[in-house]
Design a protein around this ligand. Sequence first.
Ligand SMILES: C[S@@+](CC[C@H](N)C(=O)[O-])C[C@H]1O[C@@H](n2cnc3c(N)ncnc32)[C@H](O)[C@@H]1O
Length: 224
Amino acid sequence: MSVADKVKIITTADGSHSLLNETLHETYHSRHGAMQESEYVFIEQGLRYWLSHNNQHILNILEVGLGTALNAWLTFRLPEVQTRKVNYVAVEKFPLPPPVWQQLNYAATDRELFERIHALSWNEWQPVTAQATLFKSEGALQELDLPPLEFNLIYFDAFAPNKQPEMWTHDVLRKVVVKLQPGGVFVTYCAKGQLKRDLKALGLEVQSLPGPPGKREMIRAIKL
Ligand SMILES: C[S@@+](CC[C@H](N)C(=O)[O-])C[C@H]1O[C@@H](n2cnc3c(N)ncnc32)[C@H](O)[C@@H]1O
């Protein structure tokens, strides 16, 4: 069964689209608002937090689960990001085909950037803006080799632990966290106690933050 047969476009409470994976019965974003959730969890509590604590010119980002590319698009279009050299690695096991991503209602402005992110080829570095390069890595995070980079920021946006527990094991978390620089930031919408304990055991300082609308808590963790 192709990805296109498994996913259905839904409209979330803030008017932005998301996808429902009908096999897992799981949405790609919060039903309370896809745009709102990405903006808050990954951009506000991850990217803007890192930018406000670091003035280095190079920013290396790892995203687990490129999906609709909403997080990537929001990242590349931020003015503070456009003045830096950004290397963005996005891992995705099930790339979305054009008939799906072309229907998504993100990017009323900057649509060209959104389409470029999707259209770029997989498994090689490609320029995406004047200052940013993107490596879309196709495959399962558990199996693939990540590019030899140390990351400043990790967007961990896998499906929820109760739907896809294999993405949240200690070994998988270790695989990404070892690639985080000291001072690097890991963010996720998830707030599970087991995740907090794993991140702590892997040498991160865990912060529990208020979640986006509809969610009590989220996690940001800093590599010590
Ligand atoms: C919560 S959704 C992603 C949301 C995405 N960041 C977005 O803004 O649309 C989780 C994503 O992880 C992908 N995925 C599932 N299993 C995976 C695996 N083993 N390795 C990498 N990605 C995986 C799914 O296909 C899906 O795109």
